[in-house]
Design a protein around this ligand. Structure first.
Ligand code: SF4
Ligand code: FES
Length: 331
């Protein structure tokens, strides 16, 4: 008997038992006593037996029948290691590689086996492990936290560890390239010095007039829900650089501070604990600061943390307009 049928019998017994109970009660008055007692007893036994079998079916059915313990090394490591479905599927990755002889980028094709949990990072690691150990990429956490594995996947900046291979296939292939908006180091690795310089240039930190107070505060810096909500969405930035890569202005003008730095300027400006005043605001009141933004919105679209740098920049512009209006009023 197949396991799924147990549930049908269980349901039949669940409905049958009260019906037979009624028959049993009525038969007390009018004969058929023995027959109704036997039927009721059978239904009750069925309820218990199929109840147990049904319970076993539900709880055993949730586990995969075979848990492969010896995963062949040529499989791409899935995000949750140890869980592969069947034999997996073969996927082709076209990876941009730096050719040391011609000093040019060249595309190289690799084939890996993957299952529904395999990420692009997992597939790249499988290539590195089995086909070409010289493939260079940057990664650390494998869970969308460290922001190290940003690259361009099928033309879109994305975190490789957060991108499923089967969601990325286009024309039967997955194209993987280094980010365009950062100088190239090698293969899929780009240089972030410029990115961090821009980040530091907006004074990203909480400033107190009394510097020592931060380390010996007399009381907690209490904030209302409203005060927290003002900056909280912008504090989720993991500094992956994807927004900078997607920004058409940064790609055309490398001096533009860019969405990441500017969103962090707003994050600290909007924090009620910060006492820097307008200095941070005035530092970015330039054509390479907030006024460089053309509101393309690509930065917010690619951000894996939902930071919305485009909105932060418009809020900064609003703050500057408010400042000008107040200054004019005060004469
Ligand atoms: S704002 Fe978003 S896309 Fe830009 S660096 Fe931060 S987390 Fe990455
Ligand atoms: S490896 Fe850390 S975000 Fe992808």
């Amino acid at each position: 008997m197949r396991a799924s049928r147990y549930m049908l019998f269980l349901y039949a017994a669940m409905i049958g038992t009260p019906v037979l109970l009624y028959i049993r009660i009525f038969s007390l008055a009018g004969g058929m006593l023995l027959l109704s007692t036997i039927l009721l007893a059978l239904a009750a036994i069925g309820l218990v037996v199929f109840g147990i079998l049904g319970y076993m079916e539900i709880y055993s059915g949730r586990r995969p029948e075979k848990m492969p313990l010896d995963i062949p090394v040529h499989y791409a490591p899935a995000r949750h290691e140890g869980r592969f479905e069947g034999e997996g599927r073969s996927v082709t990755l076209r990876v941009a590689r730096f050719d040391t002889e011609s000093k040019m980028m060249k595309e190289k094709e690799y084939c890996v086996r993957a299952d529904r949990l395999t990420t692009v990072l997992g597939a790249l690691l499988a290539i590195k492990e089995n086909d070409d150990p010289t493939l260079a990429m940057r990664y650390s956490c494998r869970m969308g936290i460290c922001g190290s594995c940003g690259m361009v996947i099928n033309g879109k900046p994305a975190l490789a560890c957060e991108t499923n291979v089967f969601d990325s296939i286009s024309n039967g292939k997955i194209m993987v390239e280094p980010m365009y908006g950062h100088p190239l180091t090698r293969d899929l690795v780009t240089d972030f010095d410029d990115f961090f310089e821009k980040h530091v240039s907006v004074n990203p930190g909480l400033y107190r007039k009394n510097g020592a107070e931060k380390y010996a505060a007399k009381k907690p810096y209490d904030q209302s829900r409203k005060e927290i909500d003002k900056f909280l969405p912008y504090s989720y930035c993991i500094m992956c650089g994807l927004c900078l890569d997607a920004c058409p202005v940064v790609n055309a003008n490398p001096n533009f501070a860019g969405p990441q730095a500017l969103s962090q300027a707003y994050r600290y400006h909007a924090d009620s604990r910060d006492q820097m005043g307008d200095k941070r605001l005035f530092d970015i009141d330039t054509v390479d600061g907030v006024w460089g933004c053309e509101f393309a919105g690509a930065c917010s679209k690619v951000c894996p943390k939902g930071v919305d740098p485009a909105a932060a920049i418009q809020l900064l512009k609003g703050e500057l307009f408010k400042k000008v209006a107040t200054d004019e009023k005060e004469g």
